[in-house]
Structure formats: C-alpha cells, structure tokens
Design a protein around this ligand. Structure first.
Ligand SMILES: NC(=O)c1ccc[n+]([C@@H]2O[C@H](COP(=O)([O-])OP(=O)(O)OC[C@H]3O[C@@H](n4cnc5c(N)ncnc54)[C@H](OP(=O)(O)O)[C@@H]3O)[C@@H](O)[C@H]2O)c1
Length: 280
C-alpha cells in the first residue's frame, strides 16, 4: 500500500494514476470532503493532519512506500518522516524544489531542512526537484479574464515549467517500483524553457484575443499578489522566486520526465488547452 501525504495537485494526480493501475493507494486529507472525488475513484482516504503525529501514524499502518508532498512546512514533513521511519516504510518519494540552505527564499531553506531530516532518517528515498509548476499560472485566470493582461516580476526570464500532473505521474511511477530509484534526484521540467511573453502568446492563440504581459518591479508584483488575496509572506517569497527567474534561475530543462514516464513531458500549449476554462 502506498501513502500519499496530501491530496493537492501532485498528490491527487499520483493517487488517481496508481488507482487506475490497480495499485493500492491511501491519501491523507484533513477535510474528508476534499477526498470525496478520490474516494469515488477507488482511493482509500485517511483523515488526519500533518500537525498531528498520531493521525499520521494511523495513516501509515501497512504502508510500504510514501509520496511526501505537502506545502512543505518543515515541522509537518518531519512528522511524516518520523512516522514513516517508525513504521518501517521501504521508500519515500519526496517532492521538493531548488532547495538550498543559503537561498534568500524561506521555502527553499525549509526544503533543505526537510531533505536533511529525510537523509538522517535512514529511509531509502528519491527526490523530485521540480521547476515551477505550469499550474501556478492558473492563478492568473481571473485577471486575464478581466483585463486580457497579466504582470510579473519575472521580467524576460525563461523557465522550464513543468505540468504538476507530470510530477504526480513520476511520483506514482517511482512509488510503485522504487528499487532502481533509491538515492536518486530527478530534475523535473517541461520540454522547453519559456518566458511570460511566450505564455501570453499561447494564451492569446488559445483564447482568440490578444493577451499582453507586463513586466513589474518586485514591489509592484508583491502588492498585486497581496491585493489578489495571497498572504504577505507567500507573496514575498513568490516575488523573490520570480525575481530570480528574471536572472535565469529557472532556465533549465531535463529529460527526466520523459526517461521515467517513457513519453514526452506536457508542453505549456497542452497544459493551457487542458485548462482553457480556467483562463476563459
Ligand atoms: N508550485 C510550484 O511551482 C512548485 C515547484 C517546485 C516544487 N514544488 C513543491 O511541490 C510541493 C507542493 O505540492 P502541490 O502543489 O501538489 O501542493 P498543493 O496543491 O498546494 O496542495 C497542498 C495540499 O496539502 C494539504 N494540506 C495542507 N496542510 C495540511 C495539513 N496540516 N494536514 C494535511 N494536509 C494538509 C492541502 O489540503 P487543504 O485543501 O485541506 O488545504 C492540499 O491538499 C511543495 O513541496 C513545493 O515545494 C512546487
């Protein structure tokens, strides 16, 4: 039985694919309503909270492989790692980012702390170090619908954005057959690095009207995200990440998705077509 730590973008796709392939899978959710769709698809649901170790221990019973994906609050993921070690889980697939201890971005430093805890646990594991998720651009849907325009502090920077459904598919594949992946780190990206000008072009073609991209300063972008409802700390970290993108930080692609899934990684065009309703 495979446990998936949360039912977010990556976790729910991994759960859906494993169930489709008749691999027994359990997903931890804190709100049973959020698990209803997966339960209807045949996924076992465990109700728990990553802040409550006892609830994680209950979800961990009978688990051989774990997909560790969550908002990556260090204390929470370290709870899950501790539970997995106590339960004798054989393999952990950990979703992470371009983590580093001296990153200016708090969530990257947090991922380093979690990765260190995983390494110290003695568990066998695989790291999925992903580029920015294409699904982040879904947050632009409302502003594009209203203004046919969007802005960012990413400047002209290129990013090898990856579809989070591909990250979920890679996690599912490795969790189902982990032997050859122990100790490896995969860098997950889409097929090409694109800028926000390219995103605007793709969306213009998709929607049949001109969508424009406007370069914003760090402060302009941060306050736009705060006005759109993001908590200040998240808006700050997002603006930091986009400013690094402007400097080339996300301009990387790899063949790892294709090598593991034996099919091409989804392109931004495919992603946008699949989510057209969200941009319309
Ligand atoms: N976004 C990117 O561009 C990007 C790029 C590289 C790596 N990553 C990594 O991807 C991971 C995030 O994955 P994701 O995008 O699939 O996440 P996501 O879609 O944001 O989903 C997070 C899930 O965690 C659940 N959750 C939050 N707090 C919880 C708690 N205390 N107990 C139980 N469940 C809880 C949420 O449930 P509720 O619905 O109840 O809140 C939600 O289902 C992070 O490790 C991040 O660093 C992201």
């Amino acid at each position: 039985m495979i446990l998936i730590a949360t039912a977010g973008k990556v976790g729910s796709e991994a759960a859906r694919l494993l169930t489709q392939h008749q691999v027994p899978v359990r997903v931890l959710v804190r709100d049973p309503k959020k698990g209803e769709e997966l339960a209807n698809a045949g996924v076992e649901i465990a109700v728990g909270d990553l802040d409550v170790p006892e609830s994680i221990d209950e979800a961990m019973v009978g688990i051989t492989a774990l997909v560790l994906v969550s908002p990556a609050v260090p204390a929470q993921e370290l709870n899950v790692i501790g539970s997995a070690a106590r339960a004798g889980v054989e393999h952990v697939v950990k979703a992470t980012n371009k983590a580093s201890a001296d990153s200016p971005i708090a969530r990257r430093r947090g991922q380093t702390e979690i990765e260190a805890g995983l390494a110290a646990s003695g568990l066998a594991y695989t790291l999925l170090r992903s580029n920015a998720y294409m699904q982040n651009t879904l947050l632009l849907g409302p502003v594009i619908a209203k203004r046919s325009s969007f802005g960012s502090s990413a400047g002209k920077g290129l990013a090898g954005m990856v579809d989070s459904r591909d990250v979920g598919a890679v996690a599912a594949e490795i969790a189902a057959s982990p032997a050859s992946h122990a100790g490896k780190t995969y860098w997950l990206s889409g097929p090409e690095s694109i800028s926000n000008y390219d995103v605007a072009d793709v969306l213009s073609r998709l929607l049949g009207r001109t969508i424009t991209y406007q370069e914003l300063s760090f402060d302009e972008h941060k306050s736009a995200m705060v006005s759109a409802g993001l908590p200040e700390a998240i808006a700050e970290q997002n603006a930091q990440a986009f400013s690094l993108t402007a400097e080339g930080d996300a301009e990387w692609v790899s063949d790892d998705v294709q090598a593991i899934l034996e099919r091409k990684a989804r392109s931004y065009e495919q992603f946008a077509a699949d989510y057209a309703a969200a941009f319309s």
